[in-house]
Design a binder for this molecule. Sequence first.
Ligand SMILES: [Zn+2]
Ligand SMILES: [Zn+2]
Length: 448
Amino acid sequence: MHDDLTQCPECGLLQRIPVLPPGGSSVCARCGCVLHRDRPDSLNRTLALTIAGLALFAIANGFPFLSFSMQGQVTQTTLFTGVLELYGQGQWQIAAVVAFTSILAPGLQLTLLLAVLIPLYARRLPSWLPSLFRYVRNLTPWGMMDVFMLGILVSVVKLSEMATILAGPSLFAFAVLIFVLAGAQAALDPDLVWSRVPRGTRAGAPLRAADSIGCEVCELVVARHPAPGAGLRLHCPRCAALLRYRKPESLERTWALVLAAVICYLPANLLPIMTVTSLGRVRSDTILSGVGYLLTHGMWPLAAIVFVASVFVPLLKLLILVYLLISVEVRSGWRPRERTRLYRITETIGRWSMVDVFVVSILAALVRLGNLASVEAQTGAIFFCAVVVLTMLAAMSFDPRLIWDRLGPDLESERALQQGQDHVRDRERGDPGARGADGPSAVRARTG
Ligand SMILES: [Zn+2]
Ligand SMILES: [Zn+2]
């Protein structure tokens, strides 16, 4: 990708990535977003971690996870028990979200990644490989094993007074898997795939910044207007993703999703998310009363974590999105860099709100002793789950490049485009030394 034109996914600036020092990274000259990292020995490390991850995934799903013992009665659960139990209680919506985020997405991600890495390791490039890699990238935000682990911690603490909880072998595999998966994601260099895929013809290169369209998946920049006969829908010549100048109807879609999330936010916090039956006593818990329970039992660090993740983060995320939407609608020119950073925050923190949904699922799986002790999910949990998923979708449908589009003509991109074309011309003339491989560039490289 070096010496190629790239488009910053967050501010839309066209720029060229210089050759990076080992372990270095390049950040966008305008908004500060990390564009590319040099990851030494990426293929070997990612492949090793992916294989280890799949083995741990099999152990984590095949063996007992936690066991719950109360007055001589013991129940054993696997990772999937919570999903089955929620489905049995008629809460199929929560069951589907828990199954997807804690089991299906991480499992698929590891399997597809292995399917991508093996041909690369064998130095082959089947035609389906770029599309498959695209799915791996799209699945990443939906894998939430780390949030699930926090859910386990909260559940175990909540049950510690009521019963004895014992860890099964799968819990340890699950804990290690979280780090292995994070390691694989950090070791994976997308350039491993993209640099080996032919980029299509040069004819697709844009002449003006306003004509350029950057691929959201592989970041290749091509001309916006399709060649005659190419059809109206333009696909990336490298990864086959549908090319869009900006995310389609970004403002309308984001407004709709934010509004839907706001509507769900009230019942999510007011209605009970679960009822706990213990020795004949029945107690309903809302999100806030759950936090109160942790507080009154002296577990204030955990209470603080649950409060921040479940009440504060969704509200903050909605407020930030509404602010960004309004600032784009009124064509604000105020601190675009800071607003882009705000957007980056909403994308990273949102998933942690899922912790209470996981707690309900884990408790429902563990506490299944009928009248002696049982936990049932309630309607509040469905609304809460909806708030988390809707705010995640809202953040994904917002296009941060709109913040910068409102600032007027993009002269910096025009300059980068010209430099890129001069560079290509020099190279085609057989004069690669005319401009160093990392010649004029808008990108700053930094090590570490
Ligand atoms: Zn940028
Ligand atoms: Zn692409």
